[in-house]
Design a binder for this molecule. Structure first.
Ligand code: PEP
Ligand code: MG
Length: 540
């Protein structure tokens, strides 16, 4: 029995044979060519063919994946039209006299390198797109047709990495789980696995070799591990666990449509945290009462340049329309520290967590801020929108924000563009400063949302990103608890509501405490909505 540890992506337990998926072999030479014209033509034809394949993939998957998830293939199609990518390949052919296939390999490496130089794990989804699209082009250029991979019986599919295109071509009846040596939990392949509900673990390491092809295996998506050749006891234990898990899922789904109400009749809102328009579908699937935190910075991080007002408007509108009148709280840009965009390059900082981030950027660069606010206000006409501002430390900041909002609404009025007059304005309480003056801040806003991730980091002086300090990072440290207590008391004294949207909201061991404190709403990742509802219903 061998066990590989990785990163869990989609929960569940899959038991079956391991099927090591091998991509068709392709030979690419780097010998210089004379006929560059023929190579340019081959590249253009391959691009056209790839576009057709992606259109077909979109058509065939949109029904079971939903429009948002299937749009991955539309994004990849756009990459095939990307001028920079095309020019790079063509220059390698004309200037360096490389053949089309080798030029694509170079483009794939170059663009992946560019994205990976940005220290942000979310840029990895772009790397995955570049690699997917390049791989598709290479298969076409090498005359290899992609065909549906099917081991002929239900199996756990394993590979070095999967791309979104691979996954939708697998025979789903025989797809028990996905296990990869490398891969990222936020790649499009992982997002697809989540949408399809296929147990998935990434980053299991290079030792997970093809020698294990066909061997009995257990993929544990709850723990994030792959067991090969399990012994009898492990197999029995995991079968029991699998049954328990399935039973748990069935029980949770029975909670759909039920209230988040304690035994003593107290009602708590349970919302979902999302980072893209795609998250809405999962939030609705798990019956979230609304979106408690849409981290809008992900739109910026997934974009190659500042997203335009219209681009943002379309995304916000889509989220609001899909939520059909349920509450949607969108937080303005919270770039900085671990959340960077390729085009946004602030000066190197010694203490970035204490540096130029979040509302500090928005207020220092009002052009960026106004573009986002205009998009938000325009979208507000299509649903139930509240706006949240991150990392507030003073009343002045709130007054300055309101000044910019007035400029935006004056402009929209002058242009005759409709927007909601009922938007509530809220602030994140995630700094000790905000807690200490929460009585004053409460007079200027409509709601508070406590960000326990940053509040814990700043209260305890523990870097939230340093794994060595994980044991010290306690969201229930008495100091953090007192901060939350004080915030809730001051909010309620001023007659405003208070939510918790940091990860601690999903920690079920805190639920009773938060209810006792009188928190009005808890916002958690979509998959935690129903477990939290279950917990609330068990609380007093
Ligand atoms: C928080 O700090 O708790 C929070 C919700 O914001 P983020 O994790 O995006 O910083
Ligand atoms: Mg925060």
């Amino acid at each position: 029995m061998v066990t590989f540890k990785g990163t869990k992506v989609v929960s569940g337990i899959a038991i079956g044979k391991l099927y090591v998926y091998k991509r068709p072999d392709r030979q690419i030479s780097r010998t210089p060519v004379d006929d560059t014209k023929a190579q340019l033509q081959a590249f253009d034809e391959a691009r056209q063919k790839a576009v057709l394949q992606l259109e077909e993939l979109y058509e065939s998957s949109v029904e079971y994946l939903g429009e948002l998830s299937a749009s991955i293939f539309v994004a990849q199609e756009m990459l095939l039209e990307d001028r920079q990518y095309i020019d790079y390949v063509k220059s390698r052919i004309t200037e360096d006299k490389y053949n089309a296939a080798y030029s694509v390999v170079l483009a794939s490496d170059e663009f992946s390198r560019l994205f990976s130089s940005i220290e942000d794990k979310y840029m990895q989804s772009h790397i995955a797109d570049v690699k997917d699209v390049s791989e598709r082009l290479l298969r076409i250029l090498c005359g290899l047709e992609s065909e549906m991979a099917d081991p002929g019986e239900p199996c756990i599919f394993a590979s070095d990495d999967f791309n979104a295109g691979d996954i939708v071509q697998f025979n789903r009846d025989n797809l028990l789980g996905l296990a990869t040596m490398f891969g990222s939990p936020v790649s499009h392949a992982s997002i697809l696995a989540g949408t399809m509900g296929v147990t998935s673990v990434v980053g299991l390491g290079q030792e997970m070799l093809s020698i294990y092809d066909g061997r009995p295996a257990i993929l544990n998506g709850i723990k994030g591990e792959l067991i090969i050749d399990p012994d009898k006891r492990t197999l029995e234990r995991m079968r029991r666990k699998q049954k328990e898990y399935e039973e748990q899922q069935r029980m949770l789904l029975l909670l759909k449509g039920k209230n988040n109400v304690t035994k003593s009749g107290k009602y708590i809102n349970v919302y979902a945290n999302i980072g893209s328009a795609e998250g809405v579908e999962t939030a609705l699937l798990y019956d979230a009462g609304g979106i408690g935190l849409f981290r809008s910075e992900f739109i910026y991080m997934e974009s190659l340049t500042y997203p335009s007002e219209d681009d943002q408007f379309e995304i916000y509108k889509e989220v609001l329309e899909k939520m059909r009148g349920r509450k949607v709280i969108i937080r303005t840009l919270d770039l900085g520290t671990d959340k960077q965009a390729s085009y946004f390059r602030p000066e190197k900082e010694v203490n970035p967590a204490l540096g130029y981030r979040a509302i500090r950027i928005s207020l220092a660069q009002p052009g960026i801020f106004k573009t986002q606010l205009r998009a938000l206000y325009r979208a507000s006409a299509y649903g139930n929108l509240d706006i949240l501002f991150p990392l507030i430390i003073s009343v002045e900041e709130v007054l300055n924000i309101k000044k910019v909002i007035r400029e935006v609404t004056d402009e929209l009025d002058a242009e005759g563009i409709p927007y909601s007059k009922d938007i509530r304005l809220g602030i994140m309480i995630e700094t000790p400063a905000a807690v200490m003056i929460s009585d004053k801040l409460a007079r200027h806003v409509d709601f508070f949302s406590i960000g326990t991730n940053d509040l814990t980091q700043y209260t305890l002086a523990i870097d939230r990103q340093n794994p060595k300090l994980e044991t010290y990072f306690s969201t229930m440290h008495p100091a953090v608890y007192k901060m939350i207590e004080m915030t809730v008391a001051n909010a309620h004294k001023a007659g405003i509501t208070v939510d918790i949207c940091g990860e601690a909201a999903a920690d079920l061991s805190h639920t009773q405490d938060y209810i006792d404190l009188g928190v009005d709403a808890l916002s958690v990742s979509p998959a935690m909505v129903l477990p939290l509802r279950k917990k609330i219903r068990e609380c007093d």
